[in-house]
Design a protein around this ligand. Structure first.
Ligand code: GRF
Length: 203
């Protein structure tokens, strides 16, 4: 299950990987918080998609419950089928109830070397801080903002005078294979998802 908000290049990479024989995971559905252009990648791969808009709910908790229900409905898994929810450019903080239900089987990709530069403007913040090095992180989502256990990271140098757009594009070139390989390794059990001990027990 992949959640997106934008163009969905990470989603596209996952869909392409999952269509290759031997890739150990499949994308059962794609969810978004609005009319994300990246939903077109789901249709192109004949993968169902759905939108759960925060503006249709009176508070974040209700929206999170509706998103969780849509995931369960679209996943249609047998009892023993493992479900991994991947936030890939999903630009919303997931409510606590949602995190409790899915974490640690809930991961995110973030365009910085966490714990440096959490939040929605990670690339801009790294440039503003004068960082000479940044990167990308795949991590388990916990109840904080970009604070969960790090699963995989890659680093890259910032070019002098580089624009936010150019740097983010170079980060995304590393991010897509990092995410595809992390999902592969989670599916095969090579990469274990250890729950954050601070969270109430989840499944
Ligand atoms: C990615 O860099 C992700 O880490 C960040 O937003 C970007 C989304 O890219 N949160 P895309 O929609 O997958 O192309």
């Amino acid at each position: 299950m992949v959640l997106i908000s934008g163009g969905g290049s990470n989603l596209k990479a996952l869909l392409e990987a999952a269509s290759q024989p031997g890739y150990p995971a499949r994308i059962v559905a794609v969810g978004a918080d609005g009319d994300a252009p990246g939903l077109a990648h789901a249709s192109a791969h004949h993968v169902p998609s759905f939108i759960v808009r925060p503006t249709d709910y009176s508070n974040r908790a209700e929206w999170g419950d509706a998103l969780a229900a849509a995931i369960r409905e679209h996943a249609q898994l047998a009892v023993d089928d493992p479900l991994l929810v991947v936030s890939a450019g999903f630009m919303r903080i997931l409510p606590g109830g949602f995190v409790q239900e899915f974490s640690p089987h809930l991961i995110n990709t973030h365009p910085a070397l966490l714990p440096s530069f959490p939040g929605a403007n990670a690339v801009r913040d790294a440039l503003a801080a004068g960082a000479t090095e940044t990167g990308v992180t795949v991590h388990i989502i916990d109840d904080g903002v970009d604070t969960g256990p790090v699963l995989r990271q890659l680093r890259l140098s910032v070019h002098p005078g580089e624009s936010e757009e150019a740097l983010h594009e170079r980060i995304k070139q590393l991010e897509r294979p990092l995410l595809v390989n992390a999902v592969r390794d989670i599916a095969t059990g090579t990469l274990a998802l250890e729950p954050n001990s601070d969270l109430p027990s989840s499944r």
